[in-house]
Design a protein around this ligand. Structure first.
Ligand code: ZN
Length: 131
């Protein structure tokens, strides 16, 4: 376990001075802030950081923690859209408003999943940098 942690430690030359905000917005590794976390524009992630070799998924089920972030990013806009629709047309049923809000929100699911995983990675590595 210790050897694996040492193997994942980036070389000093691989470390950059990007801010954590920039590395999150550009979807980079939480340790070296250079390697891309996602392999494509959808949900496929690299197993290891292409730059420093950091293993992104620390343990099975690791990304369950990302659900807290995705919940926080999804529920407020859904609630606001639903309340806005109900306010604009009070005669509509609440079920209809929720359904329309969900359909409008569907294209945002992939970006929210990506950013929630990224926020979880950075959050977890910030508070528990040990391997
Ligand atoms: Zn890295």
């Amino acid at each position: 376990m210790k050897a694996q942690a040492l193997a994942n430690k980036p070389e000093p030359s691989a470390m950059t001075h990007k801010s954590i905000v920039v590395s999150i917005l550009t979807m980079r590794c939480p340790v070296c802030r250079e390697g891309k976390v996602f392999a494509n524009n959808f949900l496929k992630m690299h197993t290891l950081c292409p730059t420093c070799g950091l293993k992104f998924e620390r343990e099975p089920g690791y990304f369950l923690g990302a659900m807290y972030f995705s919940y926080g990013m999804a529920i407020p806009p859904l609630t606001i859209m639903t309340i806005f629709q109900k306010w604009m047309s009070p005669e509509r049923s609440m079920t209809s408003c929720i359904l329309v809000s969900t359909l409008i929100f569907l294209p945002m699911v992939v970006p929210i999943v990506r950013f929630s995983r990224l926020l979880w990675l950075h959050f977890d590595r910030f508070f528990d940098p040990q391997e």
